[in-house]
Design a protein around this ligand. Sequence first.
Ligand code: AKG
Ligand code: FE2
Length: 329
Amino acid sequence: MATITATATPATTLPVSVTIPVIDISGYLDSDPHLKPQIVNAIHQAAISPGFFQVIGHPIPLSLRNRLFDALKTFYALPREVKQSLHRNNSTCLRGYETVGEQRLEEGYQDAKEGFMIGQEMDGAGLRFAQGPNQWPPEELCPGFRETFMEYFEAMRAFSRTMFRIVALGLGLEEGALEDFVYGRDTVTMCRAHRYPPTTPEMAAKSRGIGAHTDFGALTLLLQDDIGGLEVFHRPSQTWHPVHPVKDAYVVNIGDMLSRWTNDKYMSTLHRVISPISDRDRYSIAFFNEGLLDQVIECIPTCLEAGDTPKYEPVKVEDHLKKRYGNSY
Ligand SMILES: O=C(O)CCC(=O)C(=O)O
Ligand SMILES: [Fe+2]
């Protein structure tokens, strides 16, 4: 999930070039002794800078990705009243539909996207922050939507587990050191699907698909279609750079929580989406690893160089999330 940040300068692209590495993790999944350390190192370096990379050779099947994109098209084509009846304001745990213009991430712009958020299905007593049931459209209006979205969600949780094993090794920790953080009973993971309506060239300068922001969780895994429009900010040159769609890839970025946990060794990079100048909608699906509610985020000792001191006070994930979610709507 995302949060408000300082307004970025309206600078456009160039002249500096920013490389967003494309990293194949299949060698890690195959436990290839040669490739494993190379993959760990490539991700560690990309997390330091630019804080964004793309992952191929991941375990999410193309058929599942396509089924979900198809189901989302059916969902977003539903009558407005049906979508409104699933509005996130009905939910105690951030789940449901968000209309165009609802989120404001950048001063002076309204986000042009529609969104639909789900999380882990939880019911009963003792629910905590962001825990609870999802909202779903009637099955007959959107056949298979719920089943496909939940299948995708579970597959993404498993993929995230792998990513955090790689991240742990990169940070000089035990491979399983972040297991509870990413996969514990009280771990919050959220998945939001977006539809970005197209814009005209005249309107493009005044509108944003999603305004400039940093993500506030630990690690985001984003699936984008082939339209493009995602951009990252290069702070030293104050310029924006496209994250071009790469076939079959997930865009991965570091969020504020992991940046803080690593004493800013890993970079949480400002990003935005330009409304597509196209005759087609753009679709994307972001999976947010928000962390274990009881985890205290306190500088990981391996991230302190000799003579360094921690930059931040310890904070509990639950408190961090409550504050940041509260600020972004
Ligand atoms: O749709 C995208 O490409 C990016 C979405 C995003 O940055 C977010 O939801 O935090
Ligand atoms: Fe984001």
